[in-house]
Design a protein around this ligand. Sequence first.
Ligand SMILES: [Fe+2]
Length: 220
Amino acid sequence: MNSEVVSADSKPAVERSIVSPVKLAHFVLRTSRYQEMVRWYKTVFGARGVFENELLSFLTYDDEHHRVAILNMPGLADQKEGFCGLHHAAFTYGSLGELMSTYERLRDLGIKPVFVINHGPTTSLYYSDPDSNQLELQVENYDSVTESTQFFYSPAFAENPIGVEFDPDDMLRRLKAGEPEAELKRRPDAGKRGLADIKLRYAYLCCQRCALIGKTKRAL
Ligand SMILES: [Fe+2]
């Protein structure tokens, strides 16, 4: 595997001629739990409605006109295992303090993460919305994206590309006690981890499929 950290500037000239988007703008969800979903996203993101009626809600939490839109479609079936689609969307906070104060605020409202992990490059809290769409609220573990990216090429990441779970209440307590964020964000060594250690929707199925593909490849 290429161990170089790839940056946009290092792309060949032919690739540099391709125009990429300037940002990720928004995502749109269709739901039959309309009011519940709108309430949930407003609560989790601290979002406000830019436009809302009985059919559509456009929500934002910054200077974009909308970051999330929710479409009311009664009678939809729930999501099922075994279908392809978006696994999760991730949102970055400005500091560990901001991330953990969000954890505390949501916890006190009864919204708890379904999976809490230090990936190495990021410290991440995964939530499941009322329709079981998964969101990752995260903070970068290093001061620069280059440093975070380098973690992908470290021996620690090769051994454990998943991360190390932690107790968010303990993290919150240590943060409030004054432990430096940089130390709290450093991923401890926990040995080998694989896809089976991801306690998120579809991860087990994915793991089974990967194992199957691995077996097939070995058999060929
Ligand atoms: Fe992610």
